[in-house]
Design a protein around this ligand. Sequence first.
Ligand code: LIP
Length: 277
Amino acid sequence: MALNNSINLHECLELVTRLSRQAGKLIKTRINQKKMIETKASSIDFVTETDQEVEKMLIEGIKHKYPTHKFIGEESFAAGIKENLTNEPTWVIDPVDGTTNFVHGYPNVCISIGLVIDCEAQLGVIFNPILDMFYRAIKGEGAFLNDEPIHVSNSKCLKDSLVSIEYGSVRTDEFRSIVNHNVTYLNKNAHGIRSGGSAAWNLAMVAKGACDLYVEMGLHAWDMAAGNIIVKEAGGVIIDPAGCEFELMNRRILAAASKELADEIYPNLKQYFPEHD
Ligand code: LIP
């Protein structure tokens, strides 16, 4: 499908599928090896050489074909390359989403790539190379896992739901008490709670119907650029956890299998509004 007269989303998908599979080999080889770890925004916000290498590989590969496109990448951002989101075609990339999992050899590790045009994701790819799960979506064309169509569950209320929440990498007392409040509320009412350690993974689980809701405040655009379109294309709902419209740069997301479920939950959440990147 041609967009903006020049962007063929199928060609974009083909390119990032090839690049992710190539980069995935590196992640799979390295996951059980010893890693050099550095920290970023907090003492438990990790980066490894693999995050940096994979991001470089992906950005170079995409730039080669689309030299005028813009990039917002987790590791480029950490290195001081701060690009604002504009209406221009922008690739929003997390080379290793679930870096803490990667460091420990825990298999919820995903490459997450979203193509955002006019501030809205048009294409998303989430690849877990350890488990060989490749999720993808193009706006208006549905969502797929390893070429099979996927759909969110039909859960409409919390008492019938499995939900995900993350503990994040912020370590302030305020943040911890907000997360604890929300965990307690969900735990009282849901079938169960999961914490996958990767936003992309959690979003893929909602899209696949394996989990009914995921909420997190304090994450970044690169954690959710791909996942938000995959969930929507799988029939799910994406909102801001305060009940308003989702904004990619606001660092907050609530993904649900249905509007009824999202509407039941968000008024009961304690809110955390992180600073913008
Ligand atoms: C992670 C997110 C996760 C969040 C972590 C971290 P990273 O991304 O996927 O949802 O809770 O704090 O931001 O750093 O592994 O790419």
